[in-house]
Design a protein around this ligand. Sequence first.
Ligand code: BES
Ligand code: ZN
Ligand code: ZN
Length: 471
Amino acid sequence: MNLNIKFTKENIKSDIEIVFINQELLKKLPKNIAGILSLQNFNAKDGEAIFLQNDKILYYGAILDDIDSIREAGAKAIRIAKKYNIKSLKINGFEDSNFNYALLIGILLGDYEFVDYKNNLTKTTLKDIFIIAKKDYKDELNKAMIVASSVNLARNIVNTPPQDCTPIALADIAKKIAKDSSLDCKIGDIKFLQKEKMELILSVARASTEEPRFIEIAYKPKKSKKRIVLVGKGLTYDSGGLSLKPADFMTTMKADKGGGCAVLGVMQAIARLKPNVEVVGIIGATENMIGGNAYKPDDILKSREGIMIEVKNTDAEGRLVLADCLSYAQDLKPDFIIDLATLTGACVVGLGEYTSGIMGYNKKLNKEFEKVASKSGELMAILPFNRHLEKLIDSKNADISNVSSTRYGGAITAGIFLGKFIRKEYKDKWIHLDIAGPAFVEKEWDINSFGASGAGVRSVVEFVLKVANGA
Ligand code: BES
Ligand code: ZN
Ligand code: ZN
């Protein structure tokens, strides 16, 4: 992210100008320009763009009173502008601070590209962006820079291929983030996992030649009102294990660490935003591989909570890793526990690839989170638990099975499985986010380019800030 963004009152000189426009404004344009636009069939529809070379103006159709449209317009217009050989551009800001924030987030996240592994890069020359507005919107700019760089950090880690982002490498990244942002960081190795009786994580990890790691990273302000514990699924690769994934389903499974990486992104943002609330991030980092010593369908495992689990499918490994992490998380006596995981394909089938699932026993908290997520610009929807679905993970040989007896409602039965590891006193304090849909983008949408999206970061940051503000 090398862009310089500045709000300015004056109508500064720049190489090109971006004008967001709707049908009404299109009608008000001077006749000569309207004529040229009409000649080219430009109707200022949402997402429609046209560049007038003589005037050096990029007209971009948007719904000007819709904040989601403006965020997306910021992202898409920047992507178009980056293709030109220009150093600077100006764009009209808004009078509303939320709209300006959305525009900034759009620009900063739309600008992201993952190029670490490319030899032949197309150079972009764009450096300066001037947003014309009446105020300098310092707070919005500051927050947008922090949040966007944390989303982009999560994206970078998720995009890193699995041979380089191993569990140990992920732990090293966490240590570096902690060091750079003055956070506490503890890394647990196999011995630690054994001491903590985390047999579920150890079993999932066993067939991999890469050792698992337990990552704990904490932000502890002096005057903290509440403690929030975040738990992230950090599968640096999910081959499915002995219940092996078909080849087509295995690609993109480097993104199975999306929840864990979102936790790292949030931790970095929180370290910089400095709210008065303690935040601890926990990540269970491992691979799920095959081999002679792999854990098997039919194994019965003892979780850290003591609950016995019959493994029916080794590809349902995320819930096993999370179960041990959630157990540890509750020992920290949190006021809220939020887990983030690319947990089920069923969630993607149910909600589509743009929306994350929110689950948990506390209906009010679910609704609050849904609202915060929507305000942050992320799509999330509540998936309701019910007592009939609860029965589907019963096991004949152990306390519960790691998969449901039917394939229907798979996102919810996975959520219910996690819920079994939440003690009574924490049931109302817990939220599970299934980010399997939006975590990895196979076709560019909204402010997301191809690859990791950093799903979850914006919503959870907003939630932490809301708790800090006492709401
Ligand atoms: N990591 C996958 C879930 C996933 C699927 C994430 C697609 C992103 C995109 C998870 O570990 C998994 O494989 N879940 C199984 C569960 C099943 C065996 C009950 C699934 O969803 O098929
Ligand atoms: Zn799996
Ligand atoms: Zn997985």
